[in-house]
Design a binder for this molecule. Structure first.
Ligand SMILES: Nc1ncnc2c1ncn2[C@@H]1O[C@H](COP(=O)(O)OP(=O)(O)O[C@H]2O[C@H](CO)[C@@H](O)[C@H](O)[C@H]2O)[C@@H](O)[C@H]1O
Length: 610
């Protein structure tokens, strides 16, 4: 049965169908070398020892926790009572890089952790010449494949967080800008052929950063982060991180108490590659079993594969995901666990619902809105914003027509194909529908065709357009979220903060965050098979939207708007839960934080590394 396999999903990227000639040659060389070795574990160690991670500019010293007895830039000893040293590692971090919710989480959770008194760093690739991130002049030489690459670290300090960016041509020259899907491949749905090398390099550069960067932007912390670090690795691109921590560092007496928490934002993207690629990863043979994976699919090769996400799950010290209900779904069986359910049942998995960035998404200050509002003014502001939205997308301007919005990647997960199938019936109501999303070409076409067919009722905008996303979230009356599965979902959080009532399928974080009849409407769980548009799901959209439209404009509807807006959807609560989990990893010196504001009050903006 076709289910939520990675093969259904556009990049982020699970499959690589072929390798470029450069990469293939490298494989050949490593393969040959390993044949002449009896212990490939030895081979890997020898290689690392020979190549060494060479770091210039800073001598490596084992430092005590900076927060305990650190020197600030003026040379004074500073002391904080609590805290942990936390390093988040991910391929996206908003606002510097973002193709979806992963970037949002890396943008919002770290400042909330910093506000609780922890020393927090994020590390992501430098995909563009970020104007606020300065060159630290620190370089590290990293073994990747069968060669050594030099990376350079860039840095800025924002909202209490050290934002570190790894600079290497495999990131910047390839992507050159905030070009969404080009983070993972030349176009939506395609991988870069060297993605394994790119993310292997990234994981090692991330492991090196806390030891070699001496960061002094914070009044309370200074010097290198040292070795008593909790790493938070995110999604399959960082699945190698716990493996390298053990095989390349702890085996040499470094990072002995460091731990890795591994967070799954979407199990549909697993990083499945040919099994013969394993030597490329420079890992000892004993790690093979953690990667070993069989599936029935032919991409990128038939049969036996390596699976980066599986290795991340098995080698990390703790596995998390982004909502409690999704955690339950992941262990419920092969379909929702996308063939990793049995491993997750063994390791266990904890769900913490995401917060949202209440600075970027704040109707009272939103720079993309001409009319700002809050809970007391929402009822008069929304009709004005709706009219502006209608004018912006070229629909008839009429504040009395209810507007349903959809924002998201156009692919099976998000159910945009199910929505497209429902639209011919939905438009029989007095309603306008605005779809904003990019993704699979046939789905973009589907939406464009519906727009042609119903010019006064439907608009499809196939762009990644942040200002328009804000206008839809504020100006629409309802947000439609018909996901086949949704690990957490941020759209519904944004919508509720803006008093926009959600119509959601009953999956993942949508179950945890939207309450039927109180803050939204539930459509029930959808069929997770991606190859079919189930008519029962189409009917559920039509029936539930009908139910929602019937409430539109009534006192009950106004009550729902207020219910939505009066919730605390910030990162404050989730950060507390994250802290508990990370404390339980027992990294030496870890202490509980303080009850801080979500946005670190001590943060200095735009402070570059000296
Ligand atoms: N065309 C467009 N123009 C402008 N902005 C656009 C856009 N398309 C999407 N966005 C923005 O991208 C974000 C998408 O958030 P989702 O939670 O839907 O993320 P996604 O499925 O990528 O992430 C995965 O990770 C997150 C984080 O853990 C989980 O919440 C989620 O369930 C999981 O699938 C939102 O901020 C949205 O506004």
């Amino acid at each position: 049965m076709a289910s939520l396999t990675a093969s259904h999903f556009a990049p982020r990227n699970s499959y690589v169908s072929s390798h470029g000639s450069e990469t293939t040659e490298n494989f050949g060389q490593i393969g040959l070398r390993s044949q002449s070795m009896t212990h490939s574990g030895l081979r890997s160690l020898n290689m690392v020892d020979k190549l060494q991670f060479k770091t210039q500019a800073f001598a490596r010293k084992s430092v005590k926790k900076a927060y305990a007895t650190g020197n600030d830039t003026s040379g004074k000893i500073v002391c904080l009572q609590g805290g942990m040293t936390v390093v988040f590692v991910a391929t996206e971090v908003a606002p510097w890089s973002k193709t979806g919710g992963l970037g949002d989480v890396l943008g919002g959770l770290p400042p909330a952790m910093a506000a609780r008194g922890h020393r927090v760093m994020t590390i992501s690739p430098r995909f563009d010449q970020y104007k606020d991130a300065w060159d630290t002049c620190v370089v590290a030489q990293i073994p990747v494949g069968d060669r050594v690459e030099t990376v350079r670290y860039f840095h800025c300090y924002k909202r209490g967080v050290d934002r570190v960016f790894v600079d290497h041509p495999m990131f910047l020259a390839k992507v050159w800008g905030k070009t969404g899907s080009k983070i993972y491949g030349p176009a939506a749905g395609e991988d870069f052929q060297d993605n394994q090398l790119r993310f292997s390099l990234f994981c090692l550069a991330a492991l090196e950063a806390p030891r070699v960067l001496s960061l002094n932007s914070s009044k309370h912390f200074s010097g290198p982060y040292g070795e008593d670090v909790v790493f938070v690795a995110n999604d399959w691109h960082t699945g190698l991180l716990p493996c390298y921590l053990k095989s390349m560092y702890q085996s040499r007496g470094i990072y002995m108490t460091a731990k890795v928490a591994f967070c799954i934002h979407n199990i549909a993207y697993q990083g499945r590659f040919s099994f013969s690629d394993f030597p490329l990863l420079n890992l000892p043979d004993e790690y093979k079993s953690s990667f070993d994976f069989m599936d029935g699919y032919n991409k990128p090769v038939k049969g036996r594969k390596i699976n980066w996400l599986k290795a991340g799950i098995l080698e990390a010290h703790r596995v998390l995901t982004v909502s409690p209900y999704y955690a339950q779904e992941l262990v419920s069986g092969v379909e929702k666990g996308v063939e990793l359910d049995n491993y997750l049942r063994t390791t266990g998995i904890t769900g913490i619902v995401n917060g949202m960035d209440i600075q970027e998404w704040n109707p009272a200050t939103d720079k993309y809105l001409s009319t700002k509002y809050e809970i007391t003014t929402v009822l008069s502001a929304k009709p004005l914003l709706k009219e502006e939205l209608q004018a912006e997308v070229g629909l008839p301007v009429d504040r009395d027509i209810p507007v349903i919005g959809f924002i998201g990647r156009l692919e099976e997960q998000k159910g945009s194909d199910i929505l497209a199938a429902a639209i011919p019936m939905l438009v029989k109501n007095n309603v306008q529908i605005i779809v904003l999303g990019t993704g699979k070409k046939y789905m973009e076409k589907q939406i464009a065709e519906l727009e042609k067919k119903y010019p006064d009722k439907v608009r499809g905008v196939a762009k990644f357009n942040v200002p328009l996303a804000h206008m839809i979230i504020a100006g629409a009356d309802f947000m439609m979220i018909p996901s086949r599965f949704e690990p957490c979902g941020l759209i519904q959080l944004h919508a509720m903060r803006y008093g926009t009532v959600c119509i959601v399928s009953s999956t993942g974080g949508l179950v945890d965050t939207v309450k039927e009849g109180y803050t939204g409407f539930h459509m029930g769980a959808f069929n997770v098979e991606c190859d079919v548009v189930d008519q029962a799901d189409v009917a559920a959209i039509v029936e539930t939207a009908g139910r929602a439209l019937a409430v539109y404009g009534t006192a009950a509807f106004k009550e729902m708007i207020k219910n939505c807006m009066s919730q605390d959807l910030s990162w404050k609560g989730p950060a507390r839960l994250w802290e508990n989990i990370l404390l339980n990893l027992n990294v030496i010196g870890s202490k509980a934080g303080i009850e801080g504001e979500e946005i670190a009050p001590l943060a200095k903006e735009n402070v570059a590394t000296p």
